[in-house]
Ligand binder design. Structure first.
Ligand code: TMP
Ligand code: ZN
Length: 413
């Protein structure tokens, strides 16, 4: 495979009318934490299909480079664990396995957080995950996990079927989402359901979440574009729900064959129409708002630096890494609770990632950019517990603003 295969046809509808939305130039991989050595960069350019309005990157960096070693742990956030509990309850309400234990497959099971909740609920569980480094986490939990990328080949190799298949935040990562769904169909029992979650492109566009655009995310789905993909698969959409996780996501329930869907599908399609998701000008306006945020944020950082203020980040998320590189700003350091990231440098930057203990030693007041803005409530609580109320939190999504732990005079965003 070409190290960077260019995309010429829409991943959902196969159409060829792809239009530029946001071109960030050559960027580092958002989870490529490093130790100062030279690292590769790849084009990061968001396109939109003018037929089904699916968002997609102009090139696909091979999954081998992105997902064999993965620094992101699902279990790192309490909010996400709560979300998983809710998913387990919803999934088990959708299937009936008389006299037996539901068999559950979690695709891209990461550290096993969701699988362990299914097991605790009495299910017979299995995971599939391409990242080799995450095996020690799933081993620790005693989860059976096959190390593989998902698709029809992996599905046939499993040689067994399931009542529930879950796929959280993975469909947008795959170069061939049609083959991904075909793999699900190949190992789903009669009466079974597939639950698929991914970030919602409507949220990205309307809330200026430009930093969800990074190499791992090849696709930016709407209900409209996902429906086109499902229409070419063995499934139908039975239901869809909006979720607040990851800056706004969708959960689809898929069942095999033709079948009815809930009114939620039509309601969301209408929301997309109302939000202008089916016209190019909406995407141009999104690009302009991102440009304005960049100018404003750079001015804010320069202003604080000019008066000798320290600026740090909290949460070395892939989103935050994307922002730091696209906005081209430096911070003194970034705090992250994930051990895998500590002691290394932010991709594309020379900013060190440190553990939270550093915050306890900091005198005075800090300006803390909430890089994992999707976990704002948790991070605010964490900073408060470590340092009290003396700091300023700065956000850049949906716009640039100060979120006062301790409001100060003379600094406005
Ligand atoms: P995510 O936005 O992709 O979930 O990444 C969030 C990052 O922020 C991840 O590296 C973990 C980190 N984080 C903390 O360090 N402390 C926290 O309290 C939370 C919620 C996240
Ligand atoms: Zn399309």
């Amino acid at each position: 495979m070409n190290p960077c295969a260019p995309v010429s046809a829409c991943r959902c509808c196969g159409g060829g009318r792809l239009e530029s939305v946001l071109d960030m130039g050559d960027m580092p991989l958002a989870n490529d934490f490093h130790n100062g050595e030279a690292r590769p960069r790849f084009p990061l350019h968001l396109l939109v299909c003018q037929d089904c309005w699916h968002g997609q990157l102009s090139v696909a960096v091979p999954g081998e480079a992105l997902f064999r070693h993965y620094a992101y742990l699902s279990g790192g956030s309490r909010t996400f664990r709560d979300h998983c509990r809710q998913l387990v309850a919803a999934a088990l309400g959708l299937v009936s396995v008389p006299g037996g234990r539901p068999a559950v497959l979690d695709i891209a099971c990461n550290d096993g957080t969701l699988l362990s909740l299914f097991r605790d609920a009495g299910c017979d569980v299995m995971g599939v995950e391409p990242a080799r480094n995450l095996k020690r986490y799933t081993d620790r939990l005693g989860m059976p996990v096959v190390n593989a990328f998902w698709g029809t080949d992996a599905a046939l190799a499993l040689g067994r079927k399931f009542d529930v298949i879950t796929a959280q935040n993975v469909l947008a990562h795959v170069p061939d989402p049609g083959d991904f769904l075909a793999g699900c169909a190949a190992c789903l029992n009669a009466g079974g359901v597939v639950l698929v979650e991914f970030p919602y492109s409507l949220e990205m566009v309307t809330r200026n979440e430009f930093d969800t655009v990074y190499h791992e995310h090849l696709s930016y789905f709407s209900v409209n574009s996902f429906a086109r993909l499902v229409g070419r698969s063995p499934f139908h959409i039975a239901d869809v729900t909006r979720l607040s996780v990851h800056g706004g996501s969708l959960r689809f329930t898929l069942r095999k064959g033709p079948g009815p869907h809930t009114p939620a599908v039509g309601d969301l399609l209408q929301d997309e129409q109302d939000a202008g998701m089916f016209r190019l000008s909406t995407y141009r306006e999104f690009r302009e708002r991102v440009g304005a945020s960049r100018t404003q944020f750079r001015a804010l950082v320069a202003g604080l630096r000019a008066v000798g203020e320290k600026m740090i980040g909290y949460g070395a998320s892939a989103k935050g890494v994307t922002m730091l590189n696209h906005f081209d700003v430096e911070l003194d350091y970034v705090v992250d609770d994930t051990e895998l990231k500590q002691g290394r440098l932010i991709p594309g930057r020379t900013i060190p990632v440190v553990g939270p203990e550093v915050l306890r030693r900091e005198p005075g007041r800090l300006n803390i950019v909430v890089l994992a803005w999707n976990w704002l409530a948790e991070i605010r609580e964490r900073v408060r517990s470590l340092r009290g109320d003396r700091d300023n939190l700065l956000l850049y999504v949906p716009g640039v603003y100060c979120c006062d732990l301790a409001p100060r005079e003379g600094v406005t965003a």
